[in-house]
Design a protein around this ligand. Structure first.
Ligand code: NAP
Length: 474
């Protein structure tokens, strides 16, 4: 209540200035956050930077968007409509900031970005944040929240934190609250079916697991620029953050003719990735976050192997550099190949949250597009092709099942931001098993923290209302 009132007495611009202050606090403490990420998650500096710098980038982006907003207390949704022949009776849709709190429940793999990518649009909307980080990696979230509050960067009551089990947290939600969840499909189901959420029709957003795919177009042969870009991307997605990214490539769809060349190129690159303690400067890939995640990943590989062969990985000689296998949580990068993807089940069902991907061969472009859709709804799908006609067809087909579609050719080879990289100006969220959620996408993100109403009244009143708002143009 206190946080909501404190934030909603400010304008969007004033709240945008709060986001800038938060970004400044995080920037000032960046070194300490890198240390915590290493200690708590075993993240290399490069992996931790994705989480920490990604947070600062996202906060600054929403601060910029907010600084340009002319509305003070609410947003106009579209223009006015005349409801009578003489034009005296009119209507105007408006978007009003919610009067409750945004409960943000996050997964373990992005303790920083997971908070700030949700908190930035919430705070800009004027809705206070109550964050519940995953217990395994709550340290970084706790430190950041504590630093921001100690620096007086946010008004009292606008940022709260719960570390440890969620217990009865959701039993207290009301109709004006929102719950934004990132995590497994299993927990998502529990949140969706919570009695209070159901009773109060509390708005929820779910970002769940995802079997993201990358498709090599039928036109692409070994040695071409698109082939090389594809190989680089698949290896990057398998190894960045040791594959613990919701957007990582899990299914790699390639023509059966080019498959031997793909296997060879990927195995050659994976061979060169040094795995071990990220304190060693030669190391390119660190461990999974803990023993529990390591066991889950190994069990997932075993499940996939019931219908796939191992192209790379599971080497008896594998040992992580500077690490004691009894306590360390490493998983060797593992590339599998499922030669009969149409009759397989596991590869279209099991998400291994680690450095693991499976190759799926196709015989025709139609089959390639069908296999892509078998992910059951994903956060992101990428297409690598030099053929504009195939690109147009594939982008359109992918859009039905993916929240984000990345289509790469040589022209954007260097400038494209990557299959797994979530940009705050673009939508994050996917249909079906990915949770059917929507986050980010620039100002679109604000809609989740506002409620739409339509006002019907005399033309002069509608006109006066319009002078206090600004049209919402995401
Ligand atoms: P998880 O086990 O589902 O946990 C996610 C969060 O939910 C944690 O904070 C957890 O707290 C909390 N939680 C558990 N039970 C709860 C309950 N009954 N009520 C309220 N909160 C509850 O997921 P995870 O293992 O941390 O994350 C891995 C999964 O997240 C993967 O499947 C991955 O694909 C997915 N993910 C998706 C995205 C996306 O944007 N779509 C991003 C990252 C990860 P505790 O830690 O205390 O149990």
């Amino acid at each position: 209540v206190v946080g909501n009132a404190n934030l909603q007495r400010l304008t969007y611009r004033e709240r945008a200035a709060i986001l800038s202050k938060i970004a400044a606090v995080l920037t000032a403490n960046r070194e300490e956050y890198l240390r915590i990420s290493l200690e708590n998650s075993g993240s290399s500096a490069a992996d931790a930077a994705i989480d920490i710098d990604g947070s600062i980038f996202t906060l600054k982006y929403f601060a910029r968007l907010g600084a340009a907003m002319t509305a003070d207390r609410f947003l106009l949704d579209g223009s006015f409509e005349s409801l009578s022949k003489d034009g005296a009776f009119q209507s105007q849709h408006i978007l009003f900031p919610l009067k409750g709190v945004a409960i943000l429940i996050n997964a373990f793999n992005f303790p920083a970005w997971g908070l700030w990518e949700k908190a930035a649009p919430a705070l800009l909307s004027g809705v206070p944040v109550f964050v519940k980080p995953a217990t395994a990696t709550a340290w970084l979230t706790q430190q950041m929240v504590s630093d921001v509050i100690q620096a007086d960067a946010v008004p009292p009551g606008s940022l709260s934190l719960l570390c440890g089990g969620a217990r009865d947290l959701l039993d207290h939600v009301q109709s004006n609250d929102v719950v934004s969840f990132t995590g497994s499909a299993e927990t998502a189901e529990r949140i969706r079916s919570n009695a209070s959420v159901l009773q109060h029709s509390t708005r929820i957003n779910i970002e769940a697991d995802s079997l993201n795919c990358s498709l090599l177009g039928p036109d692409v042969a070994a040695g071409t620029p698109e082939f090389d870009l594809f190989i680089r991307e698949v290896v990057r997605e398998m190894t960045v953050k040791a594959g613990q990214k919701c957007t990582a490539i899990r299914r790699v769809i390639v023509g059966s003719g080019v498959m031997p060349a793909v296997e060879e190129a990927l195995a050659a690159r994976l061979e060169k990735i040094m795995v071990g303690d990220p304190r060693n400067p030669a190391v390119r890939m660190g461990p999974l976050v803990n023993k529990a995640q390591q066991s889950l990943a190994l069990a997932g590989i075993a499940a996939l192997k019931s219908e796939s062969r191992v192209v790379f990985g599971e080497s008896p000689a594998f040992s992580a550099v500077d690490a004691d296998p009894r306590v360390a949580c490493f998983v060797q990068p593992t590339l599998l190949a499922c030669d009969s993807p149409r009759s397989a089940g596991q590869v279209h069902r099991v998400e291994v949250f680690g450095p693991v991907a499976t190759l799926l061969p196709y015989e025709s472009s139609q089959e390639a597009l069908e296999l892509a859709a078998w992910g059951g709804g994903s956060l992101v799908g990428s297409i690598f092709t030099a053929d504009d006609e195939f690109a147009a067809r594939a982008m359109f087909e992918f859009a039905a099942n993916h929240g984000r579609v990345l289509c790469v050719n040589e022209a954007i080879g260097q400038s494209q931001t990557g299959h797994g990289n979530v940009m705050p100006m673009c939508l994050h969220g996917g249909p079906g098993r990915a949770g059917a959620g929507e986050e980010l996408g620039g100002l679109r993100a604000l809609a989740f923290f506002h409620r739409r109403a339509v006002i019907q009244s005399a033309g002069n009143r509608i006109e006066s209302l319009r002078t206090h708002g600004a049209e919402f143009r995401p």
